[in-house]
Design a protein. Structure first.
Length: 150
């Protein structure tokens, strides 16, 4: 809702075209997903982007940066619910992919869809507010998001 609230053109597009909800959820996950980073350990020596990583070395992986990679996403800093979905890593990848991802997508679509259906003019109270996040570097969650009904 923070991304939609700050990008009223996208919120209004979703209100006019609710069939964009699946793409909206994917774009929300890519743009500002709940998991910002993770930690992995190298099982064997590997060269990753020109950097040698020895077996046993711990690696701090910034998923949020990967989801804004200009080599993967056109205009990655733009929140665009009509964007053609691509492989973001909001739920991890491969054997580290979140088993609950389909449920989380469904819950998000239902919650946001119902909010917009029941309160068609819901908007952020202050679009310029500086968000306050819960105290975790790995997980991203707002402390509050004041909304208003117009």
């Amino acid at each position: 809702m923070l991304a939609l609230g700050r990008n009223l053109d996208q919120l209004e597009l979703l209100e006019r075209s609710p069939e964009l909800m699946p793409r909206t959820i994917e774009e929300m996950l890519r743009y500002d997903g709940p998991v910002q980073a993770t930690f992995r350990g190298a099982l064997e020596n590997v060269n990753l982007g020109g950097t040698e990583i020895e077996a046993g070395t711990g690696c701090f992986v910034i998923l949020a940066a990967a989801n804004r990679d200009p080599a993967q996403f056109t205009l990655p800093e733009k929140f665009d619910i009509a964007r053609e979905p691509k492989d973001h890593v909001a739920f991890g990848e491969g054997i580290h992919s979140c088993i609950g991802a389909p449920l989380a997508r469904l819950e998000g679509a239902i919650a946001i869809g119902e909010l917009l259906r029941r309160f068609p003019r819901v908007r952020m109270k202050d679009r310029d507010m500086k968000p306050s996040y819960k105290g975790s570097f790995f997980l991203r969650g707002l402390v509050t998001l004041p909304m208003t009904l117009q």
